[in-house]
Ligand binder design. Structure first.
Ligand SMILES: Cc1ncc(COP(=O)(O)O)c(C=O)c1O
Length: 478
């Protein structure tokens, strides 16, 4: 094996970067497929994974032997036909931040391990808090202001939801950390809530029986006028409701729960209101779409993923709190090599406030996107994706052989092909679409009916793309 020199790794990096540029250009121009699924065993062989692990030797002369099949069988997010899961088509700014982090590797549980990244995280968090109405003043002014909220970036919305449940638990039962979670506490959330919240409930020691389903409409939207009844029923069953979780928006449909009305109920009963805005909180950046988040300033906590609608590569999510004191009691730990104890104000070490110890430079990814596009540019992106989705809805809904169950509020759109019968047939249809490789779409069940589902994440997806999709579906069933 040739010795690795700085020069040879530089050449390798340059070649890989060039290959990635080509990959992105081809995907964006729809010259490649979106996805070509191979069986895992075949794929492992095609990439020679075991061979490289055993023998090493991957370098500037032979990197293509690995990189070509790797890219070939990746999900091509830049392709206009990628209309699948809620994963950002990453902005090049986020990729640059990933590259910088990959070289300098400054993970930050403590400020001193990543001062620049820690500062960026704080400013980015302050910026997000400001959008919720939970921060006033300069976002880069670190002088303590007890009226401002606080938050932390997490590796994903699931950890953000877990952190919110733990914060709400610390609020209602401050001794739970030491004594364990008390029995009889309950959380109201619609059944369509993302599964990470249900998981968080069990991880936090409440058990699934603590989850009381909130009544919903036929489209799984929370009905605030029914909350009182659930609250009373829980009480009759010997449970004390302490938290309500609302969706902004729901994963399957992209429809928003009415936060303002839920907040009204929570304030009346002094309950913690968590809003899972992993996908839809980005509407806060658009003057036109902000109305969907009406009432957010009345919530106690918000989950907001940048790696969904903020063009940021995975992962970068935030858990934000209206009251900075909410962060203080979430975790308590002794780790003499890292924590010295006694911090009564939110410091620059994020370790005490996050599930993670080692944390990536998450804020830098979102920062680079913001720094290149500006907050208005990012708001315009969200607005365009929402507006495009409404256009796609108009197009699909106008067809005799397709049905849309609702008018989209966000960039998630469900529809079914009426040329085939039954739920299983929609699933088969999706399989066939994926096999052909021109589109990547998902499905969702709403009110026991299976629909095809689009998440319009890619700015290059146009009305023509959707017309082609409809044509393809019809060709599959001549
Ligand atoms: C509403 C909602 N909450 C939470 C999550 C989980 O976020 P993550 O995948 O970042 O852990 C998702 C993911 O799709 C989601 O849609």
């Amino acid at each position: 094996m040739a010795p690795i020199t700085n020069k040879s790794t530089d050449i390798l990096s340059a070649k890989v970067l060039a290959a990635l540029g080509e990959y992105k250009a081809e995907s964006s121009a729809a010259k490649s497929h979106v996805v070509r699924q191979k069986k895992p065993q075949e794929l492992a062989r095609a990439m020679q994974v075991a061979n490289w692990i055993r023998n090493g030797g991957l370098g500037a002369d032979n990197y293509e032997e690995f990189l070509a099949p790797y890219l070939e069988h990746s999900q091509h997010l830049h392709h206009p036909g990628f209309i699948g899961h809620q994963v950002a088509v990453p902005h090049e700014g986020a990729a640059i931040a990933d590259m910088i982090h990959g070289v300098i590797n400054n993970p930050m549980a403590v400020y001193e391990m990543g001062p620049s990244a820690s500062v960026i995280e704080r400013v980015v968090v302050n910026w997000m808090l400001e959008k919720c109405g939970w921060y006033t003043g300069d976002i880069d002014n670190f002088e303590a202001n007890a009226n401002n909220g606080a938050g932390v970036l997490t590796h994903g919305g699931s950890l953000a939801n877990l952190t919110a449940v733990l914060a709400a638990r610390a609020h209602i039962a401050p001794d739970a950390w030491a004594d364990g979670t008390p029995e009889g506490l309950a959380i109201i959330a619609p059944a369509a809530t993302h599964y990470s919240l249900a998981r968080a409930v069990s991880i936090a020691g409440f058990g699934q029986n603590a989850l009381r389903p909130a009544p919903v409409t036929d489209l799984d939207v929370l009905r605030p006028e029914m909350l009182e009844e659930v609250f009373e029923q829980a009480s009759n069953d010997g449970q004390k409701v302490f938290m309500v979780s609302a969706n902004a928006c729901t994963t399957a449909t992209g429809l928003y729960d009415p936060i303002d009305e839920v907040a009204e109920f929570c304030e009346k009963h002094n309950l913690w209101l968590h809003v899972d805005g992993a996908h839809g909180a980005s509407a806060l950046l658009s003057d036109k779409e902000r109305r969907l988040m009406k009432g957010i300033s009345r919530a106690d906590s918000l989950t907001w993923d940048a790696h969904k609608m903020l063009r940021t590569s995975a992962l970068c999510a935030a858990i934000l709190f209206k009251d900075q004191k909410s962060m203080a009691g979430i975790f308590h730990q002794d780790a003499s090599y890292i924590f010295y104890g006694g911090e009564d104000q939110i410091g620059f070490d994020v370790g005490p406030y996050a599930v993670e110890c080692t944390k990536s430079a998450l804020g830098a990814k979102l920062f680079w996107v913001l720094a290149m596009e500006g907050e208005q540019g990012l708001g315009a992106f969200v607005e365009k994706q929402y507006a495009d989705t409404r256009k796609f809805y108009e197009l699909i809904n106008a067809q005799d052989d397709f049905t849309c169950p609702y008018k989209p509020e966000a960039n998630i759109l469900c529809f079914k092909y009426d040329g085939v019968d039954g739920n299983a047939a929609q699933l088969t249809l999706r399989e066939k679409i994926l096999e052909r490789g021109k589109f990547y779409i998902t499905t969702a069940e709403i009110n026991s009916v299976r629909y095809l589902r689009l998440s319009v994440m890619n700015p290059l997806t146009t009305v023509e793309t959707i017309e082609e999709l409809l044509t393809e579906i019809r060709l599959l069933y001549p």
